[in-house]
Design a binder for this molecule. Structure first.
Ligand code: ZN
Length: 285
């Protein structure tokens, strides 16, 4: 087993406080329970998360909202067993997949050296129907920046030579889990951690407080529907991709003990692809 395979470090890169809990809270709690060190990177300051009809949207109000949301995010991290949350503080609502953001993410990838990364989809889905609130431009930008940081920049010393000078050696991320992707190919069993996901979401009181009961019901129904698809009580769904050269064979994950903790999607034909996207099969305990 290589050093990288033994490195039970995961990084979650998202645009806003609460994005991680919405998309992957159950998975994050499950990994933390399995001994993974999970770190969050929140790209924006969350300052745009006030009521839509607010009249005071000045700097002081924005600062107050940002501080509240960071506090709520840290509380949610505590619930899920996340080691730390790093805030990059780009202005909420204006995130762009810039070279500066990419460099910042590469710096963190090389410093923390995660085997797994959870990030947001850089693409919108038009099927079965376009859902307007699902595709906040910050989410797409965060997804695009994360993916560009993972490949090739993090693993290629020629990208951002100044980082090499900082002593940050290239690092290859092994697996990427996209939330909200147009094509999903992987499920994580969150039956044991669903309640933690709900408790972590509850920590985001400034965002969800007044409609939490309704949201919890919606999450329970949605997670159970997804679970039914995969033979689990509750599930979270991802597009999972392994970082392999084009044409490499799909890994089976059977050598990875933690893989047995996750139930996988039933075998489904994959479209022929030259890319590294794979779907693991047959590792159910
Ligand atoms: Zn968001």
């Amino acid at each position: 087993m290589s050093e990288q395979e033994q490195n039970k470090v995961a990084m979650v890169i998202v645009a806003h406080p609460d994005d991680a809990e919405f998309g992957a809270g159950g998975t994050i709690a499950a990994w933390a329970r399995e001994g993974w060190d999970v770190y969050y990177v929140i790209c924006t300051d969350g300052a745009g998360g006030g009521p839509d009809n607010a009249e005071d949207v000045g700097p002081a109000a924005r600062r107050a909202i940002s501080e509240t949301r960071k506090r709520e995010q840290r509380a949610a991290c505590e619930v899920l067993g996340v080691k730390d949350a790093i805030f990059l503080d780009y202005p909420d609502g204006q995130l762009q997949p810039t070279i500066e953001l990419r460099r910042g993410l590469v710096r963190l990838l090389r410093r923390y050296r995660p085997t797994r990364v959870i990030c947001q989809s850089p693409d919108r889905s038009w099927s079965p129907t376009f859902i307007i609130p699902r595709f906040h431009p910050d989410h797409l930008a965060a997804g695009q920046a994360a993916l560009a940081a993972i490949y090739p920049a993090s693993q290629n010393g020629w990208d951002f030579p100044e980082l090499l000078e900082e002593g940050l050696l290239p690092h290859k991320v092994g697996e990427v889990y996209f939330t909200g992707a147009p094509v999903m190919n992987y499920a994580v069993d969150i039956s044991e951690t669903f309640d933690l996901k709900i408790a972590a979401l509850r920590a985001h009181a400034s965002q969800l407080g007044d409609r939490f009961a309704e949201l919890e019901k919606m999450f329970r129904t949605r997670s159970a529907e997804l679970g039914a698809k995969y033979g689990m009580a509750y599930a979270e769904e991802f597009h999972r991709s392994e970082n392999q050269p084009p044409g490499a064979a799909a890994a089976t994950s059977t050598s990875s003990p933690e893989a047995t903790q996750e139930s996988l999607a039933p075998p489904r034909p994959l479209a022929p692809t030259r890319g590294a996207t794979t779907m693991d099969e047959g590792t159910r305990p």
